[in-house]
Design a protein around this ligand. Structure first.
Ligand code: FAD
Length: 502
């Protein structure tokens, strides 16, 4: 991917078939699906790809054991199929992850055991391995860090695990290879209309300040929690349809789990599931579900959320993680759809596709796991409503870029200086890595794995990028300052807001 080349193409193109706003899982998936059908596509992301919710997930490619508990069979079946496809199409970034549900109450083994057998059965040929009952000794052998007191045994089951931001880059590269123009640091600032119908968008290159008028037959709003802001650009009287809800994760050292097997706690005090998942040699603990008033590009964990995770996971581990053990923490916002959404082309518990009177198509909600299916659906609707050339989706059988190549390391602390220099250069040349934050938060995952190590690496990454982009010392200093400001929000020593509830 080459940003300058994409800008040149933007300047020379007259009318696109589809213009996509938002470069998270949904927007990028949509760009790939549409470009692979031969449509002329441009995508604009206001910040970096996956800067929003798509780099802040629990990193699970899953059918959703929780949705099974809620009886949402259709959603689970769809997600299990997508899980299987992702393992085939992105084996470099998605793998089979073993989970244990520890049983401390007598009824948990039969209750969860039957549920997980149904989960296996629903996955069918795309299953990742059968669930199994374990004795207390077998459970402790698999996860020595579990608290042995009162433990009766456990149940093993399988799901997928992935690197969310890296998958976003891989989808962007695949879409670009199919002919899509994919631009980061390019906010959509307004919508173009002719006779009350949407016919394009105003976009701005935030790295140069240049503005462009982009003409397009269809415009798709895939802006996650920013959905309402875009809908108001279309109709200033639009009433909000999104209720944002925050979920946070804490990252601790592997010694708290002592295993490659993850723990799944099926029921917390607020009726959610809680995970402790090994990820890039650390453990991710999460998540929460807190309604919030404000939406922000960089949401901050709340005091009560950090306490909730530490106290809950502490009930299950022999050695309780404490605040100073947190290496990093990150928050993401779910775009939950309110019941009153109108003119719905397709609404499920999980995602919404809506076509406005102006023709603006909005897609929001859903899960990372089902991004491909959501993209297929929204492109089908875009084709049908606008009389575009109708070719079927081909992404179910399409390998994603890099599937046969080594992946950039997530943790750079053990790399040699020479190798690191190569990595930054490679990322700047081929992955549209434009800033220190892009490299440390999303091309590698250093910021999420160990924030202090990321802060230490920032000056050095800044100077390599400056060489690459021919920038001066002021630019380097500005990059370091910007990164440090963002990184503060990943360190738990900060005075956190106590609560964010409306
Ligand atoms: C805490 C948490 C844990 C989760 N865990 C999982 C999990 O383990 N597995 C799973 O399958 N799913 C998970 N999900 C769900 C999953 O992360 C989301 O469904 C998915 O990332 C949503 O992607 P999106 O592209 O719709 O939104 P986003 O990733 O938020 O992308 C929207 C993008 O639009 C951009 N944008 C906004 N306005 C503009 C504009 N004017 N111009 C240009 N760009 C704009 C934003 O910058 C943003 O990058 C989780 C969600 C949360 C919150």
């Amino acid at each position: 991917m080459n940003r300058s080349l994409f800008i040149q193409q933007l300047e020379t193109n007259s009318v696109f078939d589809i213009c996509i706003i938002g470069g998270g899982a949904t927007g990028l998936g949509t760009a790939l699906d549409a470009a692979a059908r031969g449509l002329k596509v441009a995508l604009f992301e206001q910040h970096d790809f996956a800067k929003g919710t798509s780099s802040r997930s629990t990193k699970l490619v899953h059918g959703g054991v929780r949705y099974l508990q809620q009886g949402n069979i259709k959603l689970v079946m769809e997600a299990l199929r997508e899980r299987g496809l992702l393992l085939k199409n992105a084996p470099h970034l998605v793998h089979n992850q073993k989970f244990v549900v520890p049983n401390y109450k007598w009824w948990e083994k039969p209750y969860y055991g039957i549920g997980l057998k149904i989960y296996d059965w629903m996955a069918g040929r795309l299953g990742l391995g059968p669930s199994q009952f374990l004795s207390k000794e077998e459970t402790l052998q698999l996860i020595p860090a579990l608290d042995p007191e009162g433990l009766n045994g456990g149940i093993i089951y399988h799901d997928g695990q992935f690197d969310d931001a890296r998958l976003a880059i891989s989808i962007a590269q695949t879409a670009a290879a199919q002919g899509a123009i994919i631009l980061n640091y390019f906010p959509v600032t307004g919508l173009l209309k002719m006779q009350k119908k949407i016919c394009g968008a105003w976009v701005k290159d935030s790295l140069t300040g240049n503005e462009y008028e982009v003409r397009s037959k269809v415009v798709i709003n895939a802006t996650g929690v920013f959905t309402d802001r875009l809908l108001r650009m279309d109709d200033p009287k639009h009433e909000n349809i999104i209720n944002p809800s925050q979920g946070i994760h804490l990252v601790v050292d592997k010694e708290f789990l002592l295993s490659d097997t993850a723990i799944m706690i099926p029921r917390t005090d607020d009726g959610r599931v809680l995970f402790a998942v090994p990820w890039h040699n650390k453990v991710v603990l999460g998540t929460t579900d807190t309604p919030v008033k404000e939406i922000s590009e960089e949401p901050v964990p709340l005091e009560e959320e950090v306490d909730f995770i530490l106290s809950h996971i502490g009930r299950y581990l022999a050695k309780d993680p404490k605040r100073p053990d947190i290496k990093s923490m990150f928050a993401g916002l779910r775009p939950l759809v309110k019941g009153k959404a109108k003119k719905t082309a397709s609404l499920s518990r999980d995602h919404l596709i809506q076509v406005a009177e102006s023709g603006l198509i909005t897609i929001t909600g859903g899960k990372w796991t089902t991004y491909r299916k959501m993209a297929e659906e929204v492109v089908d609707i875009a084709i049908e409503k606008n009389g575009l050339e109708n070719k079927p989706s081909v992404t179910a059988g399409m390998k994603l870029s890099g599937y046969d190549q080594p992946v950039l390391p997530a943790d750079i602390t053990r790399e040699s200086e020479e190798r690191l220099e190569q990595l930054v250069q490679h990322s700047a040349r081929t992955e549209m890595c434009m800033t220190v934050e892009d490299f440390l938060a999303r091309r590698t995952r250093q910021l999420l794995l160990d924030t202090n190590a990321a802060i230490k690496a920032a000056p050095w990454v800044a100077s390599i990028l400056a060489e690459q982009f021919n920038k001066d010392k002021d630019w380097v200093q500005q990059q370091i300052n910007n990164f440090n400001e963002t990184a503060k929000k990943y360190i738990p020593t900060l005075n956190l807001p106590a609560t964010g509830r409306p």
